[in-house]
Write a protein that binds this ligand. Structure first.
Ligand SMILES: *[C@@H]1O[C@H](CO)[C@@H](O)[C@H](O)[C@H]1NC(C)=O
Ligand SMILES: *[C@@H]1O[C@H](CO)[C@@H](O)[C@H](O)[C@H]1NC(C)=O
Length: 385
């Protein structure tokens, strides 16, 4: 039998009534699983059966142990370890992450958690190499976005349906999330200003933007070692603009020099501002101004496979920059059997992560800090060519 906790496509294609029945089974499964034997080694197999989908669709998963799943993980993500010590260490981390995925599954039952390409990374490696939002404080003197009317907002909205979002990109092993969040917001704003969707250069930001936060002396954008979306907008405003992705392609490294060429500017910032911590205002700014740069705590994203993430408890310590592109009103909760409204978030970890590169997180209580630092940007109107 194919393990249903990891069959995300299965879950999303089901009808409501089926989903209800499915949810009951899921609940039973959750409560009847051998939780008490978690600490002895023999529990690994049961655990892995629950959180691992190896895509084979056969019944072998029951019979095979952690080694098999680690082998499948290495194959699927092309992982090669240079020494036996490294291999054994990564295997231990992988097993610990299986346990973490199961804890996340219990804490966040409306999402699916399991093996991702980050399953051989410790939490601190993940934070250092994959995230990259530098120590965030709310900017005290940033422009505040004007308060917008919220009465006529659509109940569902997605900028992907309106041509304002480029394909999902991949930041690789570089803490440059902030640059992808910033380009994503400006790509959308530029599309609204010009009618032209142009993929913009993160590498220009990684190489050239060393903008510092006026509120925090010494805290500046640092390529693969982190940055902030608002500082990136400030840099683009001062430098005059940003080049196309194809003219200044992404390298995933910050060891190069700045190759910005003013004659090749593709988009420019007119102004940017911070949106208040109010979900209706966030939605109104999204619909009016285009996708928004947002910060989030990404701890549940390391094990996320699909569904609407709505953990009972999630830190609001912001460590990742992403792009808010839309919202929906009818996410499903397995436990409470009610519809859960959610935000739709474009991530920068490639299309093979999450739901084709996207993350859904529930709305309503600033979960994982997602409402805390939201920025909207406007692009200079230029003639399309
Ligand atoms: C900038 O781009 C222009 C137009 O392609 C080119 O002629 C010029 O040599 C470039 N300048 C530098 C410094 O690379
Ligand atoms: C940019 O400035 C205009 C005019 O002051 C203002 O109406 C608009 O809301 C601003 N846009 C953003 C994204 O801050």
């Amino acid at each position: 039998m194919h393990c249903f906790f990891t069959s995300s496509h299965f879950i999303f294609s089901m009808e409501r009534t089926t989903l209800f029945l499915f949810s009951l089974f899921a609940l039973l499964f959750l409560f009847l699983s051998p939780i008490s034997s978690e600490e002895d080694g023999g529990a690994d197999d049961a655990l892995i059966r629950q959180v691992v989908g190896d895509g084979d669709g056969d019944g072998d998963a029951h019979l095979l142990g952690a080694e098999h799943h680690f082998a499948a993980f290495k194959r699927r993500f092309g992982k090669v370890y240079s020494t036996l010590e490294e291999h054994d260490y990564r295997f231990a981390v992988f097993k610990a992450n299986m346990h973490r995925a199961r804890r996340h599954q219990r804490m966040d039952p409306s999402a699916v958690h399991g093996v991702t390409r980050f399953s051989d990374m410790t939490e601190s490696e993940f934070r250092k190499n994959v995230l990259g939002l530098r120590g965030v404080r709310l900017p005290s003197d940033a422009n505040k976005a004007p308060i917008l009317p919220t009465a006529d907002l659509p109940s569902d909205f997605d900028w992907r349906d309106h041509g304002a979002v480029t394909p999902v990109k991949n930041q690789g092993s570089c803490g440059s999330c902030w640059s992808f969040s910033a380009t994503g917001a400006l790509e959308g704003a530029h599309y609204l200003a010009t009618g032209e969707l142009v993929s913009l250069s993160e590498q220009q930001l990684v190489d050239c933007d060393h903008e510092c936060d006026p509120d925090q002396p010494g805290s500046c954008d640092k390529g693969c070692n982190g940055g902030l979306m608002n500082s990136a907008f400030e840099y683009i405003l001062k430098s005059g603009g940003i080049m196309r992705e194809e003219d200044y392609p992404y390298k995933g490294s910050d060891r190069g020099t700045c190759k910005f060429n003013k004659t090749k500017i593709a988009a420019s910032v007119a102004n940017f501002s911070v949106v208040s911590l109010d979900e209706d205002q966030i939605a109104a700014n999204l619909v009016k101004n285009g996708p928004l740069a947002v910060a989030i705590n990404a701890v549940f994203m390391q094990t996320y496979i699909g569904g609407v993430s709505c953990p009972y408890i999630c830190s609001k310590r912001l460590d990742h920059g992403v792009l808010l592109v839309g919202y929906g009103s009818g996410g499903y909760s397995l436990i409470r059997m009610k519809e859960k409204p959610y935000w739709i978030i474009k991530n920068s970890w490639g299309e093979n992560w999450g739901e084709n590169g996207y993350y859904k997180i529930c709305r309503g209580r600033n979960i994982c800090g997602v409402d805390s630092l939201v920025s909207t940007v406007a692009a200079v109107h230029t003639t399309a060519h």
